[in-house]
Design a protein around this ligand. Structure first.
Ligand code: GDP
Ligand code: ZN
Length: 450
């Protein structure tokens, strides 16, 4: 990162036709640019309506131009937002004009990276910016917004504060090697290390929930050929995406769809059926289906209710993994009362992909299942990502090592060095990262203009 920063510019809204497009610039040249472009004096944060004239004097569009004076801006430095008509051609001409006036094309995530480097956001908040943009469900958005407002950062700060006073207590003894740690201090230290350890573990346990919020609940639809898996997926998606066919064994390739069920996002995967007489290509598909099902968060096992007597036996086979499975008895519109009774008694969801019957109940069951991943005692909706999980794992190791050393009575300075590792790991979450490469790769996963 360049210490005397240049001025960057990029389109901040998607490329394509829309009512309005926003071009954004950030850096020291913004104040002059604002005055030049508006051809009048500009007041920070007050939008100016003006004609945008290119370098050569040609009219580009009528725009709304807003100047933000650092540090009161997204990036923390002088910046500029130009709203034009949402024609990609206009937006492109404005970006090109800004480049002609000396700006540089912004890289992915560079605005947010500057916000971080200027202390506007900690690293967990910067990551949350992307999560907010990408969130596809109410829960995911809620969690991302809390993180953007600093929920995770605040939790880490509190833990860091406790760790620092712990470390201070330990370090006080390093200067007096002749004195042994009094037992009451030793007890307090051990207890506090234990408590921090369990808090770290709790926080780390939100990682699975985080994966589910960010990527969607990975849901695999399995069941015999012709049970109605593709029809059910289509019903849930609300569009005819999967190939539905009366011929057994049409669904060879996996079809994946993201849908929102209640407050959750599902990544639904339709699979080839478990046809026991399958041969060749079909067999391969079945093998892949089994592998997919093993790695899924949720398995929707679809059964043709009219063949309930045949398949009831199959259920027993899956009885040992009910925690990840919802049994769906499909074709309720064709079922006899007895078949219905049997399915209900077995705790299955009775639905009809043809008529839509029972689908609300199924959605409810899916939503309850997804809710089960949210750790209890997690009011601030924290859901950590893989980077946080890695740092917390390091912290946990350090705390365990420190606890062991304290109990075995080794020299306190060894305990202190473990605790310092923990401190560094905690710090990484909020982002006292001074490794430029790590930062660059982290922000590179952002989109341009953010
Ligand atoms: P898959 O092989 O499990 O994916 O099954 P499909 O979705 O391709 O459906 C197989 C056949 O069952 C098709 O002819 C569907 O129209 C039919 N089908 C699917 N769901 C229902 C349902 O709820 N009721 C009725 N009557 N037919 C259904
Ligand atoms: Zn199918």
């Amino acid at each position: 990162m360049n210490p005397d920063r240049d001025t960057i510019a990029a389109l901040a809204t998607p490329v394509g036709t829309s009512a309005v497009a926003v071009v954004r610039a950030s850096g020291p040249a913004c104040r002059d640019l604002a005055a030049q472009l508006a051809r009048q004096s500009v007041v920070p944060r007050r939008a100016v309506y003006c004609d945008y004239l290119g370098c050569g004097g040609a009219l580009v569009d009528d725009v709304l131009l807003t100047y933000f004076q650092g540090p009161h801006s997204y990036t923390g430095e002088d910046s500029l937002e130009i709203s034009c008509h949402g024609n990609p051609f206009i937006a492109q001409r404005i970006v090109e004009d800004l480049l002609a006036r000396g700006c540089r094309s912004a890289q992915a995530g560079e605005f947010t990276q500057r916000a971080f480097l200027n202390g506007r956001l900690d690293l967990s908040q910067a990551e949350a910016v992307m999560d907010v943009i990408r969130a596809r469900s109410e829960r995911a958005l809620n969690s991302a917004q809390r993180q953007l407002r600093g929920a995770l950062g605040a939790r880490m700060e509190a833990m860091i504060e406790r760790l620092v006073s712990l470390l201070a207590r330990v370090e006080a003894y390093i200067d007096f090697p002749e004195e042994d740690l009094p037992p009451e201090d030793r007890g307090w230290l051990e207890g506090e290390i234990e408590r921090l350890g369990s808090e770290t573990r709790q926080l780390r346990a939100t990682s699975r929930y985080g994966d589910i919020l960010r990527d969607g609940l990975k849901t695999v639809i399995v069941g015999r050929t012709n049970a109605g898996k593709s029809s059910l997926l289509n019903r849930l998606v609300g569009s005819e995406r999967a190939i539905v066919s009366a011929e057994p064994g049409t669904t060879r390739d996996f079809i994946e769809e993201c849908i929102v069920v209640g407050p959750h996002c599902l990544r639904l995967i339709d699979t080839a059926g478990f046809n026991t007489e399958a041969t060749g290509v079909e067999r391969l598909g079945i093998e892949r289906t089994r592998k997919l099902a093993e790695r899924a968060d949720l398995v929707l096992r679809v059964i043709d209710i009219t063949r309930w007597e045949d398949v009831a036996g199959d259920l027993a086979e899956y009885a040992d993994e009910p925690a990840t499975m919802i049994v769906v008895c499909n074709k309720a519109d064709l079922a006899t009362p007895l078949q219905r009774q049997g399915a209900v008694a077995a705790g299955a969801c009775v639905v009809s992909a043809a008529t839509g019957e029972g689908l609300d109940d199924l959605s409810g069951a899916i939503a309850r299942f997804a809710d089960g991943f949210k750790p209890r005692d997690n009011e601030d909706e924290i859901a950590i990502n893989a980077r946080h999980a890695e740092a917390l794992a390091r912290a946990q190791e350090g705390l365990a090592a420190a606890g062991d050393k304290l109990r075995s009575g080794v020299a306190v300075e060894l305990v202190a060095s473990d605790l310092r590792e923990v401190l560094a790991a905690y710090g990484d979450i909020g982002g006292r990262i001074d490794n430029e490469r790590v930062l660059d790769s982290l922000f590179a996963s952002f989109c341009i203009g953010k």
